[in-house]
Design a protein. Structure first.
Length: 208
């Protein structure tokens, strides 16, 4: 595997994409000024930092011949939260959309899901499992780019939902762009390999 001599800086080499959950899209009906934003199928945030989760499948010890034999537990603990830091757009739309999504989990007017008060998902074995939480979740994707902006990897976070939104801190004396932060919970994590960088031509982006 050859390392490019240009591969020194990774600034602005991540694209954070997600589609709005159905429950958030419905808010466009009640907020005409944000109608187009609430119906977006692809929201892109300019992220400064993000976290790829630790992946752990612990081993277990089994008794064998008077000794201990280690094997995989075939069980994965919960993934840690996905934390991102992003630039706020000049209209504060990205902050407002994330706030409206988070606010749905504690909004007596618009929230409809009851599973937040139960210990497990309700399930009738005679019917196909339907997650009553599906109106509030989406898939998050982070694209990793190389120094030529070719897409290399895609980190996929499925069944994702926002859990926190950081405060806004800024000063007119600093003269820097305003940033925000957010955290997300999710249930599945996948990695997709998009291209071999050593064989990637200039038109790699056109192929995806």
């Amino acid at each position: 595997m050859n390392q490019s001599i240009l591969n020194k800086s990774r600034n602005d080499k991540f694209h954070f994409l997600f589609g709005l959950p159905p429950a958030v899209k419905k808010l466009g009906l009640s907020e005409p000024l944000m109608k187009n934003d609430f119906n977006e199928d692809k929201i892109e945030l300019s992220v400064i930092s993000m976290s790829v989760p630790d992946i752990s499948i612990p081993s277990v010890s089994l008794g064998y011949g008077g000794q201990s034999y280690k094997t995989s537990s075939f069980s994965r603990p919960d993934y840690p939260a996905l934390d991102i830091k992003f630039f706020l757009d000049n209209g504060y739309h990205n902050y407002y959309i994330l706030w409206r999504w988070l606010n749905l989990f504690n909004d007596s007017k618009y929230s409809t899901s009851e599973i937040v008060t139960t210990d497990s998902l309700p399930h009738d074995p005679s019917f196909e499992l339907k997650n009553p939480f599906s109106e509030y979740i989406t898939t998050l994707s982070i694209l990793v780019l190389d120094e030529y902006n070719n897409k290399l990897l895609k980190f996929v976070y499925e069944d994702a939902f926002i859990t926190s939104l950081g405060g806004i801190n800024y000063s007119y004396q600093d003269g820097v762009e305003i940033t925000g932060s957010a955290s997300f919970g999710y249930n599945q994590f996948h990695v997709e390999f998009l291209h071999n960088v050593n064989k990637c031509a200039a038109n790699c982006n056109d192929e995806l």
